[in-house]
Design a protein around this ligand. Structure first.
Ligand SMILES: C[S@@+](CC[C@H](N)C(=O)[O-])C[C@H]1O[C@@H](n2cnc3c(N)ncnc32)[C@H](O)[C@@H]1O
Length: 351
C-alpha cells in the first residue's frame, strides 16, 4: 500500500504531481511521481505504506487544487476469468468498508470501461457483502476505490470518506438545464456544490440576496443566481439572454467589469471574465478588500506554462494582501470538472 493514486483533469498530470510533491515534502512522505501526459492520473510512490497514510491524514482533501480524487493502495493484475475471487482475496489486507466505488481515468480509454464497471458493480458488492468486507454501516469511515485501467489491471485503493472526493472520480453528475443561456452555467453550480455545504445553501444562497455578475453575458451564471431568487446586476458589454431578463430579477449594466463599483454592498460577486491571473487577483482584492461583497466565485484563467506555480503565487499574493489589510477572508481554489485551462476560486469575508 505504498502508492497514492491521484486523479486529475487530463493534461494536468504535472500540476497534480507538483501539488502532491509539495505536500509530501511538508509531511515527510517523500517519494516520486509516475505518470504520463494525458492519462489523467498520477501514482505517487513512497518508501512505505505509513507515508501514504500520513499524507492522507494530514492533508485536507478540500485544500487540493488540481487533484480530483485520491486513494492509497496498490496496482493489482487480475486473471482473465473470475476476477471477483481474486479481488476478494486482495481485500483481506484491507479494513472493512461502508462503500466501494468503481472508477476509471477521465479519458476516452477510461470511458470505454464504463459498461464493464456497470456490469461488475452488482456481483462485486454482493461478493464483498458475503465475505464481510463491505458492510451497510454508515459509521465505517473508509471506502474502497477501485481504479480500473482495463478490465484486468486495477488500483485497489482505500480512502477516508470524509477526506476524499464527494463523487466518484471527483466528478459531480450535474444535468445541463435546457433553459440556461450557456453551458458555463454548470461551472457556477459545480462551484457551489464544491465550496458551499449543501445544508448551508438556504442561508448563503437565499432568496432576496443580491449579487453582481462580472462578464455575465449571455447569462449562464446569472441564470443560476436567478434560480435561487437572487437579484443580479449583470455587467457585460455583450447582450444578455432576453428570457433571463424577463425574470425581472436582473439589471444589465453595459460597463467594464474592472471599473464597475456596486451602489451598495452585495452578498455575492461572481466573475467569469477571461483575463490575466494578476488582473483577476487585483479584482478580488478590490471586492473583498472594500467589503463590496461577502462571498465571491471567480474564475482564474491559467497561462500555458507553469500553471501550478502561477496559482500558488496568486493564492499567496491574496493571502498576504488580506493579512496586511486586516481583512479575514477564507480562500479556496479548485480545478472543477467543468473548468478547462482554469481554476475556480471561492472567497468569503468574515469581518
Ligand atoms: C466566458 S464569457 C462569460 C460567460 C458567462 N459566465 C455565462 O455563463 O454565460 C466572458 C464574458 O466576459 C465579457 N467580458 C470580457 N471582458 C470584460 C470586461 N472588461 N468587463 C465586462 N465583461 C467583460 C465578455 O463579453 C464575455 O461575455
Amino acid at each position: 500500500m505504498n502508492s497514492l493514486l491521484i486523479q486529475c483533469r487530463p493534461g494536468f498530470e504535472t500540476e497534480a504531481a507538483s501539488e502532491i510533491a509539495l505536500h509530501a515534502e511538508q509531511y515527510g512522505a517523500h517519494g516520486y511521481a509516475r505518470t504520463q501526459a494525458g492519462q489523467a492520473w498520477v501514482e505517487w510512490v513512497t518508501q512505505d505504506a505509513s507515508a501514504c497514510e500520513r499524507l492522507m491524514r494530514e492533508v485536507r482533501f478540500n485544500q487540493l487544487i488540481f487533484i480530483r480524487q485520491w486513494a492509497r493502495g496498490q496496482f493489482v493484475d487480475l486473471p482473465e476469468k473470475d476476477r471477483l475471487t481474486s479481488l476478494l482475496g486482495v481485500f483481506k489486507a484491507y479494513p472493512r468498508v461502508a462503500q466501494v466505488w468503481l472508477e476509471v481515468p477521465d479519458t476516452n480509454d477510461g470511458k470505454s470501461l464504463a459498461s464493464f464497471c456497470k456490469k461488475f458493480t452488482a456481483p462485486l458488492e454482493k461478493g464483498m457483502h458475503k465475505v464481510g468486507c463491505l458492510r451497510a454501516n454508515a459509521e465505517l469511515p473508509q471506502r474502497i476505490q477501485l481504479f480500473f485501467l482495463n478490465s484486468q489491471r486495477v488500483f485497489v485503493g482505500l480512502a477516508e470518506r470524509a477526506n476524499a472526493a464527494t463523487w466518484p472520480m471527483g466528478i459531480p453528475r450535474l444535468k445541463f438545464p435546457r433553459e440556461a443561456p450557456s453551458r458555463s452555467t454548470l461551472k457556477l453550480e459545480e462551484a457551489w456544490h464544491h465550496f458551499v455545504p449543501r445544508e448551508q445553501w438556504d442561508s448563503r444562497l437565499a432568496p432576496a440576496m443580491t449579487a453582481v455578475d462580472l462578464g455575465a453575458a449571455p447569462g449562464g451564471w446569472t441564470w443560476q443566481l436567478v434560480q435561487r431568487h437572487i437579484r443580479v446586476s449583470a455587467v457585460d458589454n455583450g447582450p444578455m439572454d432576453p428570457a433571463l431578463m424577463d425574470s425581472g430579477l436582473v439589471e444589465h449594466f453595459r460597463a467594464d467589469g474592472y471599473q464597475f463599483e456596486p451602489r451598495k454592498s452585495v452578498d455575492w460577486m461572481v466573475c467569469d471574465i477571461v483575463e490575466r491571473p494578476a488582473r483577476t487577483a487585483w479584482l478580488i482584492e478590490q471586492w473583498l478588500g472594500h467589503g463590496w461583497c461577502r462571498e465571491a466565485v471567480v474564475n482564474l484563467k491559467l497561462p500555458m506554462k507553469k500553471r501550478f506555480d502561477e496559482v500558488q503565487q496568486i493564492l499567496m499574493r491574496l493571502e498576504e494582501f488580506f493579512d496586511e489589510a486586516g481583512v479575514k477572508v477564507s480562500i479556496r481554489c479548485k480545478q472543477l470538472y467543468h473548468d478547462r485551462e482554469e481554476v475556480t476560486c471561492h472567497l468569503r469575508r468574515f469581518n
